[in-house]
Design a protein around this ligand. Structure first.
Ligand code: SF4
Length: 260
């Protein structure tokens, strides 16, 4: 057997992952909204955003849930941490070629960089593509997985007080992603407290890398309502279009139509 394949097999048997859930559904956010994806939600995050809507992914649950099959609503449980070989068996049941991509999300998936690397490689070898959904703050970890992913959805964190210290990390991350030639877009969660100063900072951050990188303005959902006015969103879009080419306002589709 080829040495590289053997190494992957050994790692699959030895390594484990902390997982929240695995399910097949439509992508509800960003550039691939509406596309069928297999979601692998990994546990653990290096941030604590105020508006986080996946707080249950901050710590690893005792039991990870996975859908029985792509069109079943039945979920099964498996104890964490999960052996990567077992996790690959679960994921591989979901037909890589029938999904737009495997969306590796969290939490922050780059906290488990070996899991991302090994499962992405396997999924791609089976003919699939991989979307990495990340908070864009761990550039060193990104470097390790760039060869194994097809698309990057990178959050830029706003309105989070001390999270403003993340600008340097975001800038490094975006530059690395863009220069790698992996297709990258950025996503900002916008609520009524976002300042124009922050928007200006985002404009410089993106235009310093490339002004054609798509930026998604995603209104925050709070208590089942959009927590920002449409006029504010349009004003922000108008302001950004003066410097950047592709600014889209997209709400979270899955919340609007009530799917997972
Ligand atoms: S980075 Fe994402 S998962 Fe982590 S706290 Fe922020 S919104 Fe939640």
């Amino acid at each position: 057997m080829h040495v590289a394949r053997l190494e992957v097999l050994i790692k699959l048997k030895q390594l484990t992952a902390n997982v929240c859930e695995v399910f097949s559904s439509i992508q509800g956010e960003g550039l691939f909204i509406g596309c069928r994806q297999l979601f692998l939600r990994l546990a653990g995050c290096n941030l604590r955003c105020e508006y986080c809507d996946t707080k249950d992914s901050w710590l690893s649950p005792d039991i990870a849930l996975f859908q029985e099959s792509p069109n079943s609503y039945k979920m099964q449980g498996i104890n964490n941490p999960i052996n990567l070989m077992k996790l690959w068996e679960i994921i591989n049941n979901f037909h890589p070629k029938l999904h737009h991509s495997l969306s590796i999300t969290g939490g922050e998936p780059l906290m488990q960089v070996d899991t991302v690397k090994i499962l992405s490689k396997r999924w791609m070898d089976a003919g699939g593509k991989v979307l990495l959904e990340t908070n864009g703050t761990l550039p060193d970890k990104l470097e390790e997985v760039l060869h194994y992913i097809s698309y990057i959805s990178m959050d830029i964190k706003l309105g989070n007080g001390d999270l403003s210290s993340l600008w340097t990390k975001h800038a490094q991350f975006l530059k690395l992603a863009y220069e790698s030639k992996v297709s990258v877009y950025t996503k900002l969660v916008i609520n009524s407290s976002v300042s124009y100063e922050e928007i200006n900072k985002v404009m410089s951050l993106v235009s310093n890398v490339n002004s054609t990188i798509p930026v998604i303005l995603q209104p925050e959902y709070k208590d089942d309502n959009i927590n920002v006015s449409m006029s504010q969103l349009l004003e922000i879009q108008w302001m950004m279009l003066k410097e950047l080419k592709d600014i889209r306002i997209l709400p979270q589709l899955h919340k609007l139509i009530g799917v997972k």
